[in-house]
Design a protein around this ligand. Structure first.
Ligand SMILES: Nc1ncnc2c1ncn2[C@@H]1O[C@H](COP(=O)(O)OP(=O)(O)O)[C@@H](O)[C@H]1O
Ligand SMILES: Nc1ccn([C@@H]2O[C@H](COP(=O)(O)OP(=O)(O)O)[C@@H](O)[C@H]2O)c(=O)n1
Length: 231
C-alpha cells in the first residue's frame, strides 16, 4: 500500500500514544494530506488565554473563539498554525496551553466551529490522515479506515518525557499526572468524549516501536480500501 491511496484514515486516542508521529509518517507514506485537530483546539486555547478569559467560563470561551481566525496547514512535513495571522506553532505545545486546552475543547460551540472547519479541510483532500479524539466517532463517521491508538499510561508518560527531554523522576510523575487528568477530562465530557468508534481497529502500541505502528496502520488502510472495492 503506497501511492494511490484515496480516502480518510482516522487516528484517535489519548495523549502520548503516538498519534501525531504515526499520523505524519502514514500521511507521508500514503502521499496523503495530514490534519492535526489537536493543534486547532490548542490554537483556540491561545485565543482564550490572550483574550484574558477564564478557560472554565464556557460562554466567554465560545465568544472569544468565535471571533478568532484559526488556520492550520495540511501538509505532513510543515507545521502551520496561525491565530489571527500570528504563528503560534511553537506556543501551542507549551505547558500553559496544555493545562487549559481540555476545558476549552469541552465547549460545544467551540467544537461545532472547529468540526465544521475540519470537515471542510478534509473535503478539499482526496486522501487524508486525521488525528484527534473524536474523528472516527463524530467528525468523519464514514471514514475509510478508523484506528484507535492506546498504550499503557506509564509508557505514554515516559514517551512524553523523552519528547520533552525530562529526566527527573518527580517531573516524569507530574507529566504522568497531567496525562491522566487530561484523559479523564476528555473521556468524561458530554460533547464528543474520547472513546473508540464501534468500527475502529484498536492498536495497542505499548510493546510496538514507532515503525511497527506505522506499518500496521498502513496495512489496515490498504485492507480497508480493498474491502471497500469489493463491497
Ligand atoms: N510506538 C512508539 N514507541 C516509542 N515511542 C513512540 C512510539 N510512538 C510515538 N513515540 C514517541 O512518543 C512521543 C509522543 O508521541 P506523539 O506522536 O506526540 O503522541 P500523541 O500525538 O498521541 O500525543 C514522541 O516523542 C514519539 O516519537
Ligand atoms: N479532535 C480533538 C483533538 C483534540 N482535542 C482536545 O485537544 C487537546 C490536545 O490535543 P492533542 O492531540 O494536541 O494532545 P496530545 O495528545 O498531543 O497531548 C486534547 O487533550 C483534547 O482536550 C479534542 O477535544 N478533540
Amino acid at each position: 500500500m503506497s501511492a494511490g491511496f484515496r480516502g480518510q484514515v482516522t487516528l484517535d486516542g489519548p495523549s502520548g500514544t503516538g498519534k501525531s508521529s504515526v499520523a505524519r509518517a502514514v500521511a507521508a507514506r500514503l502521499g496523503a494530506a495530514y490534519l492535526d485537530t489537536g493543534a486547532m483546539y490548542r490554537a483556540a486555547t491561545v485565543a482564550v488565554l490572550d483574550g484574558g478569559v477564564d478557560p472554565d467560563d464556557a460562554e466567554a470561551v465560545a465568544r472569544v473563539v468565535a471571533a478568532a481566525r484559526i488556520e492550520v496547514g495540511t501538509t505532513a512535513g510543515e507545521e502551520v498554525v496561525l491565530v489571527d495571522g500570528v504563528d503560534v506553532a511553537e506556543r501551542i505545545r507549551g505547558a500553559e496551553v496544555t493545562r487549559a486546552v481540555s476545558p476549552v475543547s469541552a465547549v460545544p460551540a467551540v467544537r461545532r466551529q472547529l468540526v465544521d472547519q475540519q470537515r471542510a479541510l478534509v473535503e478539499a483532500a482526496d486522501a487524508v490522515v486525521v488525528e484527534g479524539r473524536d474523528i472516527g466517532t463524530v467528525v468523519l463517521p464514514d471514514a475509510t479506515c478508523k484506528i484507535y491508538l492506546t498504550a499503557a499510561p506509564e509508557v505514554r508518560a515516559e514517551r512524553r518525557a523523552g519528547q520533552l527531554g525530562v529526566t527527573d523522576p518527580a517531573e516524569i510523575a507530574a507529566l504522568a499526572e497531567d496525562l491522566r487528568r487530561r484523559d479523564e477530562y476528555d473521556s468524561s465530557r458530554a460533547d464528543s468524549p474520547l472513546r473508540p468508534a464501534s468500527d475502529a481497529v484498536i492498536v495497542d502500541s505499548t510493546d510496538l516501536d514507532r515503525e511497527a505502528v506505522i506499518d500496521r496502520v498502513c496495512e489496515l488502510a490498504g485492507r480497508a480500501v480493498r474491502a471497500g472495492e469489493w463491497a
